[in-house]
Write a protein that binds this ligand. Sequence first.
Ligand SMILES: [Ca+2]
Ligand SMILES: [Cu+2]
Length: 373
Amino acid sequence: MRERYDRPVATREPNPAPSAAPQACCSPSAPRDEPRATAVPGIVPLTPVTQPARHANTGDTAGMVRLDGGAFRMGSDYEHAYVEDGEGPVREVTLDPFWIDATSVTVAQFATFIADTGYQTEAERFGWSFVFHLHLPRKFADKLAKNASVPGVPWWRAVPGAKWDRPFGVNSNVKDRPDHPVTHVSFNDACAYAHWAGKRLPTEAEWEYAARADTSGQNFPWGDQLEPRGRHRMNVFQGRFPDHDTAADGFVGTCPVTAFKPNAFGLHNLLGNVWEWTADWFSATWHTEDCERTRINPIGPVPHDETDRDGNPGSDGDASKPYGGFTHKVQKGGSYLCHASYCHRYRLGARTANTPDSSTTNNGFRCVRDENV
Ligand SMILES: [Ca+2]
Ligand SMILES: [Cu+2]
């Protein structure tokens, strides 16, 4: 029998050590200064980490949906949940109203941001990004397997020149996909876009509340079945992971951001397609403490060198380390690479994390904004 974990376990130390990051599943991370990529859980980011905005209310609400907030049940106690990721306990969380993008930020929207600001993404500055091997010509993928793959997740390749508008390397482009989610964006890149747009990244709680759309205790917005009545409701992986994707859902790789029916809040593709960054540092245990800051408008752990919603410095983690020793940011929703046989994190309560400077072909983001005050 699986261990029960639905009772909150209080964190007793005043400065609990940050929990280790989840096992790299479909989102690898690697030291950015090494041309040879190696997955190292807990690596310190190479570039400074942007503190995500805690408030933003100037962005255009076109393409956004206003949500009432209030109380909802967050997390999962599903019997096959990844307990070690901190999916549980299921807890009541209360949020203020906010606006959220109905879709992931698209390639076309990101192109406008780049044209307007000249911003250089981290993938560009580092000169490479992670690409799933099936997106590459076989010979090229095999060649890169020697010194540009990641132990434990060998289907990733560190591809020179891969970036948001060259998603599969220098010979690719995005002409056929303006309405696909932008990919190869790091956490820092996502924060830069949000700032430009007058918005901010959602907290994990905001993201999950929006994705659940008033359903609690379910794995998916449409119920508990992956493919109800045999119908595909999101873009994930079918076939034999990682070598053969039958694309029974219609898509290998990303799909247009509105390709599947929206949830009851009118929001598209929160599950599947691309992992979405949230503002929160990852901890598998921070939220197990039942207290005001983990239950009312929670923003995840706040280390000593960052500030909370009131502008006060935090005290989570190890005060002697940058960012309190937290190394990974929470990502939600799963991606087109999730498959029941390997990583079933395409569920509402599931979570993963990656280092803030990591970028891949299966990660994107969407933004939120506060109400006018
Ligand atoms: Ca698919
Ligand atoms: Cu996955």
